[in-house]
Design a protein around this ligand. Structure first.
Ligand SMILES: [Zn+2]
Length: 91
């Protein structure tokens, strides 16, 4: 392996410990819930989930979205990190 590739790998290891360098804009993930698998999406600052809680539109969030907000916190914009959670806490 040439030295420039070794340098890139070392840099990648360093970056991997600095999640705040990464900002998710859009993603889709399958979340294995207690009863079923759910599809959670982020588009800009808008979350969605195909579980019953989210679909009922009562709180605007669900346990799957809230869990991902905690897991990905350093990699989310301020809005995506807190938006729906504040709605849920306020209601
Ligand atoms: Zn959900």
């Amino acid at each position: 392996m040439n030295s420039s590739m070794i340098g890139k790998i070392e840099k990648a290891h360093r970056y991997a410990r600095e999640p705040e360098r990464v900002r998710f804009g859009t993603f889709e993930a399958t979340f294995r819930g207690s009863h079923d698998d759910y599809v959670v999406q982020l588009r800009g600052d808008e979350w969605s989930c195909n579980c019953h809680t989210f679909s009922s539109h009562v709180v605007g969030t669900c346990s799957h979205i809230m869990a991902l907000q905690q897991m990905l916190a350093p990699m989310l914009s301020e809005e995506a990190r807190f938006a729906t959670e504040q709605v849920a806490l306020a209601s």
